[in-house]
Design a protein around this ligand. Structure first.
Ligand SMILES: *Cc1c(COP(=O)(O)O)cnc(C)c1O
Length: 417
C-alpha cells in the first residue's frame, strides 16, 4: 500500500495565529518566535471550523501511517518543507501478562521507541526543524538530556541546518555519540539541562542561532500533539480512562491535552478526557511537589538525580500548562524511586518482551503505585507512554560464559538465570 513513509501529503493548512499560553496575547503566524512577551510558551492556533470542513476520519485513514497524515492540524504550510525520516505511527500494545498479574482490564503501552532516533523526541523535532526550514533558519541550538539532541541533530542533518547541542556531562554516552555522529556540534557541560539552556540563551545573539529549547519554540508541542491524535485514532476515536506520562519539560502532556480539545472541536471525539497522570522520579519531582502544594507554578528542584534522564528536568517553563492539564483532567502527579523504576523495567521486559526505557518503566511503576493506593481502579483502561527504546540506555551486565572445549552440563543450564 503506502511504502513512502518519508513524504508528507499535500494539503491546505489552517494555522491562524499563535497565542501566549499564559496571557492569551496574540502573535502572528509565519514568522519566527520564541517565548511570548510575558516570557511564556506560545501555542499554535488553527481555524478549526476550516479543519472540520476539510478532514474526515476516512481521509486521514487513507494516508500513509505517519504523523504527517494529520497535516491539516499541523503548522507546516509547504509539504516540501516537511523534513521527514519516516515518522511512523507507533503501536499501542496490550500487555496481557501484566494485565493478568495486576488484575487489570486494559493495560496498554504506546511504544514510541520505534520512531526515528529511537525516541518520541522525533515527533517534536521533526516539526521544529521543518518550521525552521520553512522560516529560513540556518542554525539551531538546544540544551538536551540526550534524546532531543539526537533528534535535532538528525533532522538538521537532513534539512541542511547547522545544529549546536549542549548536554549535561553525565548524559548517556550513546546519546552524546549519536548526536555528534549525526553532525551536530556537541558539548558536554558540567551542569544540568537548565544550565545548558542558559548557555544557549546567552549565546543566541552572538551566534545567530535559533533557540530550540523545550517550549521556547512553538512547534515542538505541535509535533508531540500527534501522540494524542494517533492514540485517539488507534482507539477508534475514543480515549482511555488514564494516560500515564513521564514528565520532564511536559511537551507531550501539554501537546496531547491540546490535541484532545482540537479533536473535539472538529467533531472527531466527544468531551470525555483521560485523567492525565504526570509521572516523575523522586530524585527530581518539581511537578509532583507543586501539584501536592496546590501551586500553579513549580520551583526549581535542587540536586536533581535519577536514572531516568529524560525526566531529569529541574525546572520546566511550561509548568502551569502541565499542572492545569493534570488538574482539569482530574489526574494527579506521582513520583517513583529509581530502584522501583529498575524493577519495573525488568518486570515488563521479562513478562512482555518489551524493553522499555527507564522513563517508560517509571509509568508502569507509577501505575502499580496508583493501583495500590486506589487512585487507579482495576477496570480502568490505562495507556503508558514508553518514550524511547530501552536499547539507548545502559543495561544490566550479562556475564554467564560457556567453555565449548569442556563437557557441557546441559541440565545446569535450566537452573541458570
Ligand atoms: C524527553 C523525554 C521525556 C520527557 O518528555 P517531555 O514531553 O519533555 O516531558 C521522557 N522520556 C524520555 C525518554 C525523553 O527523552
Amino acid at each position: 500500500m503506502h511504502m513512502m513513509l518519508d513524504a508528507a501529503p499535500e494539503a491546505k493548512t489552517f494555522v491562524t495565529h499563535l497565542e501566549c499560553g499564559y496571557t492569551g496575547e496574540r502573535f502572528e503566524a509565519d514568522t519566527l518566535h520564541n517565548l511570548s512577551s510575558a516570557g511564556k510558551p506560545l501555542l499554535v492556533r488553527y481555524d478549526l471550523a476550516g479543519v472540520k470542513a476539510a478532514v474526515s476520519k476516512e481521509l486521514w485513514a487513507s494516508r500513509a501511517p505517519t504523523l504527517w497524515r494529520y497535516r491539516e492540524l499541523l503548522p507546516v504550510r509547504d509539504a516540501a518543507n516537511c523534513v521527514s525520516l519516516g515518522e511512523t505511527m507507533t503501536p499501542v500494545l496490550p500487555m496481557p501478562n501484566l494485565e493478568k498479574a495486576n488484575g487489570a482490564a486494559g493495560l496498554l503501552v504506546k511504544d514510541e521507541g520505534r520512531l526515528p532516533t529511537g525516541s518520541f523526541k522525533a515527533r517534536g523535532l521533526v516539526m521544529a526543524v521543518s518550521m525552521a526550514k520553512e522560516l529560513g533558519v540556518k542554525r539551531m541550538a538546544m540544551p538536551t538530556n540526550g534524546n532531543a539532541g539526537s533528534a535535532l541533530a538528525a533532522y538538521c542533518a537532513r534539512a541542511g541546518i547547522e545544529a549546536y547541542v549542549f548536554a549535561p556531562e553525565d548524559t548517556p554516552e550513546v546519546n552524546l555519540r549519536e548526536i555528534a555522529a549525526q553532525g551536530a556540534k556537541t558539548w558536554r557541560v558540567n551542569g544540568y539541562i537548565d544550565d545548558c539552556g542558559k548557555i544557549v540563551g546567552e549565546g543566541k545573539a552572538a551566534m545567530d542561532w535559533f533557540d530550540t529549547s523545550t517550549l521556547k519554540e512553538p512547534y515542538r508541542i505541535e509535533g508531540k500533539k500527534t501522540m494524542g491524535l494517533e492514540l485517539a485514532e488507534q482507539m477508534g476515536w475514543t480515549l482511555p480512562d488514564v494516560i500515564l506520562y513521564p514528565t520532564g519539560g511536559g511537551t507531550g502532556l501539554i501537546g496531547m491535552w491540546k490535541a484532545f480539545d482540537e479533536l473535539e472541536a472538529i467533531g472527531l471525539i466527544g468531551s470525555k478526557r483521560p485523567r492525565m497522570v504526570a509521572v516523575q522520579a523522586t530524585g527530581c519531582a518539581p511537578m509532583v511537589r507543586a501539584y501536592e502544594a496546590g501551586e500553579r507554578h513549580a520551583t526549581r528542584w535542587e540536586n536533581a538525580q535519577t536514572i531516568a534522564m529524560g525526566i531529569r528536568v529541574p525546572q520546566a517553563i511550561g509548568d502551569f500548562l502541565i499542572l492545569d492539564a493534570v488538574r482539569a483532567s482530574n489526574g494527579f502527579a506521582i513520583a517513583v524511586d529509581d530502584d522501583v523504576i529498575e524493577a519495573a523495567l525488568a518486570e515488563v521486559a521479562k513478562a512482555e518482551g518489551l524493553l522499555l526505557c527507564p522513563e517508560g518503566a517509571a509509568t508502569y511503576a507509577a501505575y502499580k503505585a496508583a493501583r495500590a493506593d486506589g487512585r487507579i481502579k482495576a477496570d480502568e483502561t490505562c495507556v503508558l507512554y514508553n518514550c524511547a527504546t530501552g536499547l539507548k540506555y545502559p543495561l544490566p551486565a550479562m556475564d554467564q560464559k560457556l567453555d565449548r572445549h569442556q563437557p557441557i552440563d546441559y541440565a545446569a543450564l535450566a537452573a541458570a538465570g
